[in-house]
Design a protein around this ligand. Sequence first.
Ligand code: SF4
Length: 292
Amino acid sequence: MKRAIPNYLRMLPGDAKPRFKSANLEGKIRRASEVLKKCELCERKCGVNRNKEEPGFCKVGKELLVTSIFDHWGEEPFLVPSFTIFFWSCTFSCQFCQNWSISQRFEIPRKMKEKELAKVIDNCNCKNVNFVGGEPTPYLPFVLKTLKYVKKDIPVVWNSNFYMSKKSMNLLKGVVEVYLSDFKYGNDRCAERLSKVSNYFEVVSRNHLLAKKDSELVIRHLVLPSHVKCCTKPILDFIAKNFKDRVIVNVMQQYRPEYKAGEYPDISRSLTIEEFEEAVSYAEKLGLNFIR
Ligand code: SF4
């Protein structure tokens, strides 16, 4: 099994500056503030004025809402320790979400200012800063503003469901060192049913192509019980066709029937060893550069 080391690993102290340091952050912040007035940061394109706290699907308004921040040792081995910032809420409603108390808004978040968050990042001692949630996309304007204040040379990891709009993809361009995607479904029917989101495959596959053009890409795929044929295999086929072994794929087996999974017979159980092995054998057969 091949395991390519992302270029990003060469960006340790003493090497090149992180990309966000030379990005036009001021211009991006201005454009992002415009998007907030009629929000289309993700492909739900709610069109609400977030500055006036009009609620869109994600219910995020004009403030940075953080649920936790810590040195994460559980990410992919080449990313740890990763300084992980968990934002409140999500643009999806995954019925099996493993992180549902944050994504589905059961936790009470802490309000933070961008300067305050930047200071926290400056004081960390990790390989990268990892923006996640829930989902970081609703917070993109605030993330850009935060980065403007960050003094530390620290690479940015964008850890996301990849349902960003094209405008958000443009705002991220030149800022992110590693896109860490969560590629869940191989078709729109499963996405609609299990995450309440439409046009999934077109949007998410498009964003994978854009992300790889811009920077390093690591793709996570959590294998769902009963979904190897309809989801895992089409996703792995897409990766093989478009990236071959030029991206790292993390085939994940840690599914647990969380949140509302009990209401869906197909996902109301754990993954079997046979299902996981079928997924891994398929990735191997396609010649993908995967970890498990
Ligand atoms: S980020 Fe939130 S408000 Fe904006 S389009 Fe997406 S779901 Fe709607």
